[in-house]
Design a protein around this ligand. Sequence first.
Ligand SMILES: [Zn+2]
Length: 289
Amino acid sequence: MKLKNLPLRLVKGGPEQQAIEAGEIDAIIDHASSNVILLPAARRALQEAAHEASKANSLLAALPHAEHQRLLAGLEPVTLKFGEVLQEPGSPVRHVYFPVDCVICLVTTPEGPEVGLVGYEGMVGISLALGVNVSSVRALVQASGTAMRMKAAHFIKALSQCPALQRELYRHADAKLALARQTVTCNCFHAVEARLARWLLMTSDRVRSEEFFLTQAFLAEMLGVRRATVNEAVGPLQRRKLIANTRGKIMILDRKGLEAAACRCYTRIAVSAPSRRGSSAARGLASSP
Ligand SMILES: [Zn+2]
């Protein structure tokens, strides 16, 4: 059926109104104004879904209930797709993102290599919390999923009203600095195979799964090496049955073995990363002051 761009007009007692009252319609599209009007039940359901989703981000979940509720008014759930660029170096930060189940990698130039990784433990756009509204990195979606997004202006205002959020973000900024320092050292001094093992473990921690998609082209960019070099690093990990790699799908088969194959940066970085059940990195996290 072809939709006509007619002004919104509901007839009292008409079939549309009856469908609304029966709860069969969640929203109305007003073609004249291009607005989508959510009905109260759908709006409540979306708000509840946003509230639940936001709890999956560690920074938001750590906030006292009152601050969390206040922030929710400015947060909207968005779906981020693999390869999407959220921020570019030198460009104004228009939004901040609190990942729920997606992973964002940070690079300083389009060619990489990576200088950071952000998952459900953190936030993209942390420079705003430090008073800088221009991004110094490119933020690239590495694993598709959901994030809670907030406009920069709203975030700055919310930050001034939420001392607990400030504390959490300053801690997070410090952890990100430590991660960047360790990553730069790693990129300079450690072997590609060990760096690859670290990268796979860090990604697994953030997607909370032993299976995820990563193309070799993407891995080459993140590690700052040629694709042939990635192949040479993936091969030994596969032969030792630590990972399987089929059509871009990576499966971690032996986590402890992969941790042993990774450089020691993984354990050091894990101090500022999500804990992981049973992993040596998680034990390191638990024993950290
Ligand atoms: Zn390393």
